[in-house]
Each structure stands twice: as C-alpha cells, then as structure tokens.
Write a protein that binds this ligand. Structure first.
Ligand SMILES: CC(C)(COP(=O)(O)OP(=O)(O)OC[C@H]1O[C@@H](n2cnc3c(N)ncnc32)[C@H](O)[C@@H]1OP(=O)(O)O)[C@@H](O)C(=O)NCCC(=O)NCCS
Length: 143
C-alpha cells in the first residue's frame, strides 16, 4: 500500500469528521484544530487521522482513527509515529484518553489511575459522566 502521511487542511475536514463519526468519536474539535491534524492518504482517499491538542499545560493525542476497511495494516502506527516526530521538542510527555488501551500500550504508553482524569483535564472534572466513563488515561514519556 502506498501510504502518504501529511498535514491536514480545511478541505479535509469533511473526510476527517466522516472517519471519526464511524466510531462515534468527537467531531466538534476538528474545525478549531485542523492545523494540528495529520491524515493518512492512499489512492487519493483519506483513510486515517489524528492530532495533537494542548490544554491545561499538557499535550494530548486525540482523534486517532482508521477507516474500518483499512485497520490492522499499520496505518495507525504510521500516524502515531509521524505525530511523535512532530511532538519532539514541544513536550516531554504525551497524554491520551482512550478506549483503545491495548493499541496505545503497543505504542509505549502506560496507563494512569482513573482518578487522574479530573486532575489532568478540566472537561473531565466538569463531566457528569465521569463515574461511568470507560476512557483510560495514559501517558508516554518521550525520550
Ligand atoms: C486504534 C486504531 C487507530 C489502530 O489503527 P490500526 O491502523 O488498525 O493499527 P495498526 O495496524 O497500526 O496496529 C499497530 C499495532 O497495534 C495493534 N493493534 C491495533 N489495534 C489494536 C487494538 N484495538 N487492540 C490491540 N492491539 C491493536 C496491531 O496488532 C499492531 O501490532 P503489531 O505492530 O505488534 O503488529 C484503529 O483500530 C481505530 O481506528 N480504532 C477505532 C477508533 C478508536 O478507538 N480510536 C482511539 C480513540 S483515542
């Protein structure tokens, strides 16, 4: 597969939202953060995306998703590795809140205690679903 990973532009917003929607991932942040997104493209089609977002002094990997028909072909890893190249020099550690814990463990992340979520993220502190939320907070130390 000839895969190209590139920065996203405003023209990619509908495709990114379409991919995220397939997994019921948040799409509200895409418009305001499109400059922070990267996309994976093959045969002129966008098949995956992810981005880095900073909030409350931390940098978080968000919105990583690969089209269902393209999963398990190394695209998620390529997106992750490209984003980490970009993160170098910006921060010492990358955070994520995820239900894909096993994937992120493969990428080198370690799970944090769930009690860290409202400490690290204001939107978690404000969320009335915090008690039932399945997202695991994780961190990757960049070396
Ligand atoms: C998580 C996701 C982005 C991974 O993308 P992908 O292209 O399928 O992953 P890759 O093919 O690059 O896999 C890289 C490695 O992770 C493993 N892996 C991928 N998905 C995994 C999962 N859900 N659980 C455990 N391991 C997983 C692969 O087996 C592979 O391992 P290997 O290198 O030892 O062979 C993709 O499954 C996805 O879009 N999931 C739905 C959206 C989602 O939940 N995103 C997370 C939001 S924070």
């Amino acid at each position: 597969m000839n895969l190209n990973i590139r920065s996203a532009g405003t023209g990619d917003i509908p495709d990114i939202k379409s991919i995220l929607s397939q997994y019921i991932l948040e799409t509200e942040l895409v418009d305001d953060n499109i400059d922070q997104f990267i996309v994976a493209e093959t045969g002129g089609r966008i098949v995956g995306c992810t981005c880095l977002v900073s909030s409350m002094d931390i940098i978080e990997l968000r919105s990583i998703a690969v089209l269902p028909s393209c999963k398990n072909k190394g695209i998620g890893r390529r997106l992750f590795e490209t984003l980490m190249q970009r993160a170098k020099g910006m921060t010492d550690r990358i955070f994520v809140r995820t239900t894909a814990k096993d994937f992120f463990e493969k990428m080198g992340f370690e799970a944090l205690d769930g009690s860290q979520k409202p400490v690290l993220w204001q939107d978690c502190a404000d969320c009335d679903k915090l008690d039932v939320c399945m997202q695991v907070p994780m961190v990757l130390e960049l070396r």
